[in-house]
Design a binder for this molecule. Structure first.
Ligand code: E4P
Length: 219
């Protein structure tokens, strides 16, 4: 499963990239707003760090014409930009046109399998089910990912990848991988949590203590 980082913070992206396991980045208007600098600068900086790996940047227009204008602009900033378009009727109209123009789209704010089917039919490269927000209202967000996966597999929608989004904890990451999500996009803290296990820390300490007691050395 590919791992994307869900942030617009360049320092977090550089740190995660240093671990060598980062496949892409997703941003959204809320995350970009936290950075307190121009949107274009944020996107260009992230795209430079990520090289040819995908970076999702979202439009804010809510009509198809406006989305198309913004999408063409944002995608001209770097070759690895993927334009994020919300899953509304105007968004699906815009995605159909953008796909014909060869602009890659991440269809965002997906909360149902029927919505995901529409995104795939329109030709979106990615569809982003928001599982944490579904859990928040008492639904099983991960069940949505499983349903979408089955639908895409049933009809060979090989060009659309699921990005498990709105991830809140490590179990979301594990379950996304178990149901075959192509990608999970993780907040920086969740990616950090993936490293940790109490027994790893205890086990490492014991090995180091035993090694020292035995007076061994590698060189
Ligand atoms: C997806 O691309 C979104 O940026 C994101 O996962 C939203 O998650 P939230 O529910 O934590 O805001």
């Amino acid at each position: 499963m590919k791992i994307f980082l869900d942030t617009a913070n360049i320092d977090d992206i550089r740190t995660a990239d240093g671990w060598g396991i980062l496949d892409g980045v997703t941003t959204n208007p809320t995350l970009a707003g936290r950075e307190r600098r121009p949107f274009r600068e944020i996107v260009e900086d992230i795209c430079e760090v990520m090289g040819d790996r995908p970076v999702s940047a979202e439009v804010v227009a809510t009509d198809a014409e406006g989305m198309l204008t913004e999408a063409r602009e944002v995608s001209s900033w770097a070759s690895n930009v993927v334009v994020k378009i919300p899953l509304i009727p105007e968004g699906i109209r815009a995605i159909t046109v953008l796909c014909q123009e060869g602009i890659r789209v991440n269809c965002t704010l997906c909360f149902s399998p029927a919505q995901a089917l529409l995104a795939a039919k329109a030709g979106a490269t990615y569809v982003s089910p928001f599982i944490g927000r579904l859990d928040d209202i008492g639904h099983d967000g991960m069940e949505l990912v499983a349903q979408i996966k089955q639908i895409l597999d049933n009809y060979d929608y090989l060009d659309t990848q699921i990005i498990t989004s709105s991830v809140r904890h490590v179990q979301h990451v594990v379950r996304a991988a178990m149901v075959g999500s192509h990608v999970a996009t993780l907040p920086f803290q969740v990616l950090e949590q993936c490293f940790h296990h109490a027994l790893t820390d205890v086990g490492l300490q014991r090995f180091l203590d035993d090694w020292e007691k035995a007076g061994l050395s590698i060189f």
